[in-house]
Design a protein around this ligand. Structure first.
Ligand code: G6P
Length: 369
């Protein structure tokens, strides 16, 4: 069933539209809703004997490649917030190139859809030999990374066929947010915040269903942009990763040059590129970093992603194109935001006439270094 395209033309399209279901599967049996007798909570069976060790770690390392790295980056702020432990991000190949120091007091989280990526697997062997606790987050039961780690969490997102990862990305973020909730569940001071996140996790599949209704708008937008040469995507805070992941999706499938840039760095170089012809997407959904969004890129041709109802506030002179998305808790907003951009990348690729499911030079799983 899962390896057929059904009513869809491409696997990528099918997998984008499957996300309400894949997220439901990822959370099934793990997100405890609570009730009269029961407290709300998170149950991660694969970690039950190791949560205490992770809580005592001196640092958490998140290690991955490509989209899996971006997913961990998206969830990093909430892991730091709820666990109080510093989180270091590592691209697997770069950690290996540097032979970066790893300690026995570290918890290393390996994020990989396939569970077979050579760089991530080798980084796992490296961290394990240095005595770190190794946690695997994969979508493939029995994969090398699942087998090689001390404990882990399966995504349960279902088989992903399209080379460009979509539903695994959103499930990876959901899983790491659940991990953050589990790590912080002893703290009374964060109880309200955790409850609010759990409520929004519960409602996430239906919110994603709402975002998928933007399909037609994204197709229209893609038709307008199909002949562009280049795209910059700015985001900050929770949505720094959204900017990177949007740019990665656009370049890997539609073969349009795209760069994701953390908005705070715009003034330190990228601003020089901005003129009236440059196409820019700004992710500006409401969260604590919104006030810091800089509109210095005004000169460029702007597409602004904002929270529903904010269009007027974001673009009073109506000179930019707006993508309005539903609001959820800040740490879950990257899931909502990327879905519309996945649709944009998909339609751009179809209009540009490239192979959606098998982009040139790329493989679903890179098993050689
Ligand atoms: C390849 C794929 C990407 C993927 C990356 C990491 O480059 O083309 O879509 O994000 O590998 O794969 P993994 O299976 O480790 O998540």
């Amino acid at each position: 069933e899962q390896i057929r395209k059904g009513n869809f033309e491409h696997f990528m399209q099918k997998e984008i539209h499957e996300q309400p279901d894949s997220l439901t599967m990822t959370m099934r049996g793990r997100l405890i809703r609570g009730g009269e007798q029961k407290a709300k909570g998170i149950l991660l069976g694969g970690l039950k004997d190791h949560l205490k060790t992770i809580r005592r770690s001196r640092r958490i390392l998140c290690i991955g490649c490509g989209t899996s790295y971006n997913a961990a980056l998206a969830a990093r702020p909430v892991v730091e917030e709820l666990s109080g432990i510093p989180v270091t991000m590592e691209i697997a190949s770069d950690l290996l190139d540097r032979q970066g120091p790893i300690y026995r007091e570290d918890a290393a989280i390996f994020v990989s859809q396939s569970g077979e990526t050579a760089d991530t697997l080798q980084a796992l062997e490296y961290a394990e030999s240095d005595g770190a606790l190794c946690v695997g987050i994969t979508n493939t039961v029995g994969s090398a990374i699942a087998r090689g780690s001390h404990c882990g969490i399966h995504l349960n997102a279902g088989c992903e066929i399209g080379v460009a990862s979509t539903k695994a990305y959103t499930s990876q973020i959901a899983v790491i947010v659940m991990l953050a909730l589990a790590l912080g569940d002893y703290s009374l001071s964060t109880q309200q915040r955790r409850n609010a996140i759990m409520d929004d996790l519960y409602n996430l599949p239906s919110k994603v269903r709402d975002v998928l209704k933007l399909d037609k708008d994204m197709k229209e937008l893609a038709a307008l942009l199909m002949d562009e040469q280049s795209l910059l995507v700015f985001g900050r805070g929770y949505n720094y990763a959204t900017a990177l992941e949007c740019a990665l999706k656009v370049k890997e499938v539609s073969l349009m040059h795209a760069e994701g840039i953390v908005a705070g760095e715009m003034k330190n170089g990228p601003l020089a590129l901005v003129d009236e012809t440059l196409l820019i997407i700004v992710i500006a959904t409401r969260d604590a970093s919104l006030n810091k969004q800089q509109w210095k890129a005004r000169k460029g041709r702007l597409i602004v992603m904002c929270t529903e109802g904010d269009a007027e506030f974001m673009c009073p002179d109506r000179t930019c194109r707006i993508i309005e998305v539903p609001k959820v808790q800040d740490c879950l907003q990257p899931i909502i935001n990327i879905v519309s951009l996945q649709l944009l990348a998909y339609h751009l690729t179809v209009f540009r006439g490239f192979n959606v499911d098998q982009p040139r030079n790329l493989a679903k799983s890179v098993t050689t270094q």
